[in-house]
Design a protein around this ligand. Structure first.
Ligand code: TRP
Length: 467
């Protein structure tokens, strides 16, 4: 019987631990670092609205799909898709999607670890008091100096990767719970304190206005980025949530749990935006500044309030923990797969994969310094060039990896998972696994999975191509 399988990697002690782990995966740099800077780049309210719509209509159904696929099969993504497809008399080739997902996860982790390293660096900088009484211009220079030094970035990138690999090597189920139980709630409290600071800047309403004022002319601009980021933020599209679902106890309700995780994740993103943008405006910074946004604004807050030094250290420790618990979920699908498939031990599998990610991550490290001028996909003066050194437009190596993973691979992965659950496994399997008491609610949920999410994803792609 499909419902009675057990996972060889262990399982969560309770539904509560699944919530903790899935929230740990979802809440991370995506909410605190990426969401605010993308909101800035894509024009505020229009992006936020699209992001929220994508979370609700596309992200949630996909997250449900991934969780239930995982729990039904109790295996890593590739084996899960293979086995469930065969059970439903479909092609085993569905598992190829999971391989694409693993590679995507690896690529995401490569830059994720670099940025996680920035937060480690800031823990030390804040602790030393580097930001005491700092002004906006100095904060900007501080960040620029940090990223211009490849060795400094490599040091922290390496440390971050080692920390993540260490937990994975010991097994996720054992390692995560202890660390997250205290850290996640604390992160929340610190964000609220930051929000309190933003209220005192006198520009709080400017921040609110920026985030929620709708500029309809920019709606289409941010649509694909918003969709990609909705999946990124919820950790769906590569099998992270699938593998966590595989460790979920049988008797817990998937739907309620998944909705709780998505709400928490969205809430943290909005909170981070509301905390950051007032600081941006009061300091006269540029909202569309890009990946440095959080690392330039927060020192201003922590450098200029009582106990800022201590709070800053605590805050960046929590950001690092949030990033670390997300990084783990990026590596786990592939580790679990190789542990299932080969005779190599978990330790060595983890070490090898972490090394590959680390190595690819050097590309992101160099994007901010020695390869800063290397630009891809340049369209200057109407002419397209694949690569040009020193072009004004185009994407750097980090930009290329981010674009390829978030805007192309995550939506495709998400599409595959949701189609797999609703079309291949089918209504009865989904009904059995979700076990919702309310029939109408199930009908709506299934409709979202079967039609709204797949068509929605395709429409966003089409809209982008036609633009
Ligand atoms: N969701 C995490 C964040 O917002 C990052 C993450 C973890 C992720 N697992 C993922 C993104 C899987 C995409 C796919 O920081």
């Amino acid at each position: 019987m499909a419902g009675d399988k057990v996972s060889i990697h262990g399982s969560w002690a309770s539904r509560w631990v699944f919530i903790l782990a899935a929230t740990g995966s979802a809440v991370g740099l995506g909410s605190i670092w990426k969401f605010p800077y993308m909101t800035g780049v894509y024009g505020g309210g229009a992006f936020v609205l699209m992001f929220l719509l994508c979370i609700a209509l596309l992200g949630l159904p996909v997250m449900l799909a991934e969780t239930l696929i995982g729990r039904r099969s109790r295996q890593s993504p590739a084996n899960a898709l293979r086995e469930l497809a065969l059970e439903a008399a479909h092609s085993h080739r569905w598992s190829w999607a999971a391989f694409a997902g693993m590679i995507t996860a690896l690529l995401i982790l490569s830059f994720y670890s670099v940025v996680g390293g920035w937060s480690l660096d800031y823990i030390v900088d804040l602790g030393r008091g580097d930001f005491q009484g700092i002004g906006a211009e100095q904060a900007g220079r501080y960040f620029a100096d940090m990223v211009s030094d490849p060795w400094r970035l490599i040091l922290w990138h390496t440390l971050f990767m080692l920390l993540s690999a260490w937990v994975i090597a010991r097994g996720v189920v054992a390692g995560l719970e202890r660390s997250l139980r205290i850290m996640m709630p604390l992160l929340f409290v610190l964000l609220l304190i930051l929000l309190g600071y933003s209220l005192t800047t006198g520009h709080f309403m400017a921040g609110v206005h920026f985030m929620f004022n709708l500029d309809t002319s920019r709606l289409l601009d941010g649509l694909l980025p918003a969709m990609g980021h909705a999946f990124f933020s919820l950790s769906v599209g590569v099998g992270s949530i699938l593998i966590y679902g595989a460790y979920m106890p049988k008797n817990s309700s998937i739907a309620g749990t998944v909705v709780a995780v998505a709400l928490l994740d969205t809430f943290v993103s909005l909170l981070a935006g509301l905390a950051l943008f007032p600081i941006v405006f009061s300091a006269g910074l540029n909202a569309s500044e890009g990946p440095g946004l959080m690392f330039v604004t927060l020192p201003l807050a922590f450098g200029n309030v009582a106990f800022g030094q201590l709070m800053g250290v605590v805050f960046f420790v929590l950001v690092a923990v949030a990033a670390w618990s997300s990084a783990i979920s990026l590596l786990e699908p592939m580790v679990a797969y190789l542990v299932e498939r080969t005779k190599v031990s978990r330790l060595w599998v983890t070490a090898a994969l972490a090394f590959i990610c680390w190595f690819v991550g050097l590309g992101t490290v160099f994007s901010f310094n020695i390869w800063k001028e290397a630009k891809f996909f340049v369209t200057e003066g109407g002419a397209f060039q694949l690569y040009q050194w020193g072009a004004a437009g185009g994407l750097d190596v980090f930009g290329v990896i981010d674009f390829f993973t978030s805007r192309i691979m995550l939506p495709l992965g998400a599409l595959t998972f949701v189609v797999f659950a609703s079309w291949v496994m089918g209504r009865e399997a989904v009904r059995d696994e979700l076990a919702m008491r309310n029939a109408t609610l199930f009908a709506v949920t299934f409709f979202l999975m079967r039609y709204v999410a797949p068509l929605g994803i395709l429409i966003v792609f089409a809209a982008q191509l036609l633009k």
